[in-house]
Design a protein around this ligand. Structure first.
Ligand code: AMP
Length: 522
């Protein structure tokens, strides 16, 4: 087996690697580092979690060891599709270069241009950036890319998804023809193949196995619930989720809870918090500072529940979690694999619980087809009962936090609940019947957390409001003419979306007129 010491890395890099606790290179590292150190182009076909960041950072640091940075002319460039990924690369860079004198700058939205300009003016060895922000700096005349000796494109398939390929091509054309290129993508779509043929010279191609579709170490469960009212489906699922979390108890040390829509992410996080659970949301519409704070909290263990959209969570190096909850069944089957792959990592045990309603059948079938197994059905935790409030029509003031004290207590008394099949029983999916004399719900519901109806909504074939779903997440990140880069929203400059409306442009104003333009699959 290859050892790091066999890889001809700078001793200072080897020392940092040893201090990081890594013993052996991962397959992508063993495959990519030798040709990269020889100055060859590399085409790495690898996903997050394979150690790909170190596979380009370690040789870069070694190669840049000699030479000095010149003002406004970075010697190397790493492009990442999102701020979080760029920040993650920068963190990796800090860890592995800590015994060197190399300098870096991180160019992402949400950070003032002034600070970034100062760093660039001084001269940096490594520039880590999102494409849009990099081009902004370039266009402001603050940056020259003619000194770039090594260029890395990370997560090229996501760049493609988000509409950045024209930006990438432009950036390639601004760097010297003689540069070395290290190019990474999880998949090789035809468009990615085209780019690599155009810009890479005889690359060493290293492909590492995809993550096993669904790891052996992940215990998967599916809990089916038949909402007694369609308009209270989300509320009933929230109650079920809390019951599942409670039933898991201390075994659930931390969890990522996935929702399909950004509004649902917000509502669920708010609801969990109101019920005393330590939860915070993450999705593309939140301020960068808040996203960073939330992720840091989740990484350091001070935040127990991260409520996330697929797009926000994808690619992020989030430590292994004990549980993944699919509050919504993902409408793209591959997302199921990505989501549950967040748990059961590195040989540890993990639990993935998916909540499903009958409307999810189509998506569930696709998932089971993809993972080639039937997800084990389990029942709701023993004693789980839906509250009375979750079974009556949503009230206008349902999204308001109820006053504490007397009124709140009265709410609790009023709440009659009904039992649901106990955990562990193999039972077919059937509507939950209201119980005649059910026990009081264990926990009060201080927040009546039905979604706000402040915008026109579209309904999908699950009868759900889709105005803010994954499609919108995707759309906002993908449409180059609208929001080419998440960080472009913050410029307030030429690409500011709609003057006077900030980030809160009602969705219907941005929506196309074709009936298909706003679906999750668009
Ligand atoms: P990445 O695929 O770059 O996102 O890396 C995934 C995770 O693997 C990161 O948390 C790295 O710190 C970790 N890692 C990278 N290389 C190694 C290695 N050789 N041995 C163990 N862990 C590693």
């Amino acid at each position: 087996m290859t050892k790091f010491s066999d890889l001809k890395l700078d001793p200072k890099v080897l020392q940092a690697v040893a201090e990081a606790g890594y013993e052996t290179p991962t397959p992508i590292q063993a495959g990519a580092i030798p040709p990269a150190l020889e100055g060859r182009d590399v085409l790495g076909i690898a996903q997050t979690g394979t150690g790909k960041t170190a596979s380009f950072t370690l040789p870069m640091i070694t190669l840049l060891g000699r030479g000095r940075a010149r003002a406004r002319m970075p010697r190397s460039l790493v492009l990442a599709p999102t701020r979080e990924l760029a920040a993650q690369v920068a963190e990796n860079f800090d860890v592995y270069s800590k015994h060197t004198k190399l300098t870096k700058a991180l160019l992402i939205g949400g950070v003032s241009f002034g600070e970034q300009d100062k760093l660039i003016d001084r001269g940096v060895d490594v520039l880590i950036a999102t494409p849009g922000r990099l081009l902004d700096h370039f266009e402001r005349g603050k940056l020259l890319l003619t000194g770039v000796q090594i260029m890395v494109v990370d997560e090229a398939d996501r760049m493609l998804d988000m509409g950045f390929i024209p930006d990438i091509e432009r950036i390639f054309s601004l760097t010297p023809f003689t540069r070395q290129t290290l190019f990474y993508s999880a998949t090789m779509a035809p468009e990615i193949e085209r780019i690599t043929n155009a810009f890479l010279h005889n690359p060493a191609r290293i492909e590492v196995a995809r993550q096993a579709t669904t790891s052996e170490t992940i215990e998967q469960r599916l809990i089916e619930i038949v909402p007694t009212r369609k308009d209270q489906s989300a509320k009933q699922k929230r109650e079920l989720l809390r019951a599942v979390i409670e039933a898991e108890g201390a075994a659930c040390t931390n969890a990522i809870i996935f929702c399909n829509r950004k509004t649902e992410v917000d509502i669920l996080a708010k609801s969990l918090k109101a019920h005393g659970l330590n939860a915070a949301p993450i999705h593309g519409d939140l301020e960068q500072s808040q996203r960073t704070k939330t992720l840091d909290g989740f990484r350091d263990g001070s935040l127990r529940f991260l409520v996330a959209s697929d797009v926000a969570a994808r690619g992020l190096d989030i430590p292994a979690v004990s549980h993944v909850f699919n509050f919504d069944v993902p409408s793209h089957a591959e997302d199921y694999v990505h989501r549950i792959g967040r748990t059961g990592r590195a040989g540890r045990k993990g639990v993935a619980v998916t909540l499903a309603t009958p409307a999810d059948k189509k998506y569930l079938d696709a998932i089971e087809h993809l993972v080639k197994t039937e997800l084990p059905r389990v029942d709701a935790p023993e004693g789980f009962t839906l509250s009375e409030a979750a079974q009556r029509p949503p009230r206008k003031d349902d999204d308001k936090v109820k006053p504490r004290g007397r009124d709140r207590d009265r709410g609790r008394d009023d709440r009659r609940s009904r039992p649901v099949k106990p955990h562990g029983e193999e039972a077919p999916l059937e509507p939950v019947k209201p119980a005649a004399a059910a026990p009081a719900a264990p926990a009060p519901t201080p927040v009546e957390d039905a979604p706000k109806q402040d915008r026109p909504a579209r309904r999908d074939d699950r009868g759900e409001d889709r105005r803010d779903d994954r499609g919108e997440d995707r759309k906002s990140e993908r449409k180059p003419e609208r929001r080419r880069d998440e960080d472009r929203r913050d410029r307030g400059g030429r690409d500011a979306p709609v003057v006077g409306m900030g980030d809160h442009v009602p969705d219907f104003l941005l929506r196309g007129f074709s009936p298909d333009t706003d679906t999750a699959d668009s």
